[in-house]
Structure formats: C-alpha cells, structure tokens
Design a protein around this ligand. Sequence first.
Ligand code: NDP
Length: 249
Amino acid sequence: MKGEQNLRVIVVTGASRGIGAVIALTLAQRGYTVGCLSRKGAGPEMDVPAELVPRFINAACDVTDEVSIKQALAGVAAIAGAIHGIVNKAGLHLDGPSDKLALKVYNDVMATNATAVFTACREAYPHLVKAGGGIIVNIGSFFDKVGVKRNVAYCASKAAVGAITRCLAVEWAPKNIRVIDVAPGYIETDLNRAAFQGPLREFLAKRIPGGKHGAPEDIAKLVAALFSEDIPFLTGETIYIDGGQGMTH
Ligand code: NDP
C-alpha cells in the first residue's frame, strides 16, 4: 500500500456503546467501511443515519476469546474484501480496595483491557500484512501514568496497553504497520455514568484545566484523523487526550 489514504476498512472492537460507537459512526461518516465488533454484535446502539447503515459490518465477538476474535475478523474481511486497520476499544472498568481485591476481578480487567488488545492485534496482523500495511489504534487511558486508589487492575491494564503498543510498533514497522495508543482522560459514557452522578463531576471541574470533562466525539475525531492523515513517522506513541488533567499540578 502506498499512501494511507487507501485505508478503507477499519474494525472497531466495543463498537456498540460509548466511545467505540461514536468512533464507528465518525469513521462511517468519513467514508470508511467499519467492522463493528461487540458481544451482541448488533452494531452501534445509537441513532445512525440510514445512508450510513450499509457502511457497518456487524459481528458478534467476545474479545477475551481468541477464537471469537479470529472468526469475527475473518467474517469482516470476507464481506469487505480486506482489513486495513483496527481500533481496540472494548474495555472494562472494575475497582475496589487493593488489599481485598479478588484475583478474579484483577484477571477479568486484564483479560479485557490488556490481553485482548494483544490477541486482537495478533489476529489483525495477517489481514494488515495482506493489505500491504495498516494502522492499529489501541485505546488506553491516562490512568496508565497516575496512581489511583482502588484502581490497581485498571491502571495496570492501561499501562500494559502502552507497552503492547510500543513493542508491536517496533516489531511490525517493517510490514508498514503502525501502532498507536490513544489514551483518553475522563469521557462520560456507560463506563462511568454512575460515578458522574456523584461528586466526580464537581471534582473534574476543578481538576481539568478547562473545567470540563471530554466527550466521545473528542476521541473519535482524533482516531479518525490518525486513519485519514498520512503520517508515516508516527508510531508506538501514547497520545494523551485528557484536557491537560494528567499534566496539571
Ligand atoms: P463503555 O462501557 O461505554 O463501552 C464498553 C464497550 O466495550 C461496549 O461497546 C462493550 O460492548 C464492549 N465490551 C466490553 N467487554 C467486551 C468483550 N469482552 N468483548 C467485546 N466487547 C466488549 O466504555 P467506554 O466507551 O467509556 O470505554 C471504552 C474504552 O475507553 C475502554 O477501553 C476504557 O478503558 C477507555 N477509556 C474510557 C474512559 C472514559 O472516561 N470513559 C477514559 C479512558 C479510557 P458489549 O457490552 O456490547 O459487548
């Protein structure tokens, strides 16, 4: 593949809700065919303009099951003819006091947020190689670089996403595959809707320099730009998009 303008088919995991649904919609609006993976496999659970519906290829997939990922990607490739990129967005947030945190909770968070990112990258690899190269965007979090009470599993999982991104970026660069970690700050979605009913909103108004948390559209526009702009020298990086919260004093 010569220019990345040729990227045409992008898979999004966790495309049913939250940030993933808006990423899928934004990519479709910009002319991409989007493979929408989630456990239900019903596509983005939001209002989608009728003319965009044919751009979605929906597939049921549990990202913690490597066979499920392989089959879902094969299904998308069979319909669309190729896969040029993947956004690993499926994610899970569970917390609890670290001295009592059950190993099952820790392992469940790591399985969805970190291990599944690796297996999805690994299973996407042959499709991207076949296409002559492509782009992988992993959705991390600015929690990868801060210490957060009750969040040991989530923070460890997101730090792992940064490490996976760096390792695959250097290993797969000769195949013209770039791997980028997009690490959001607070975005109001189902993942944290309950917390936003409490004091979190007020806390963030003070902690985020601009005084306001982000929207899924902020993340979706950045992800879409990573696919649509031809920036061959950009790989392996973690790009924080958190309104400056992670760097403020
Ligand atoms: P939501 O809870 O709104 O959505 C989670 C998505 O992941 C759903 O589409 C869900 O689909 C999917 N999913 C969960 N588990 C699986 C699984 N095993 N297999 C397939 N799909 C799965 O979350 P957000 O959109 O808020 O978060 C998405 C990502 O962004 C996560 O990685 C999160 O860590 C990250 N992030 C979010 C932030 C925020 O403030 N919201 C901040 C920083 C990072 P379904 O249930 O239909 O299978």
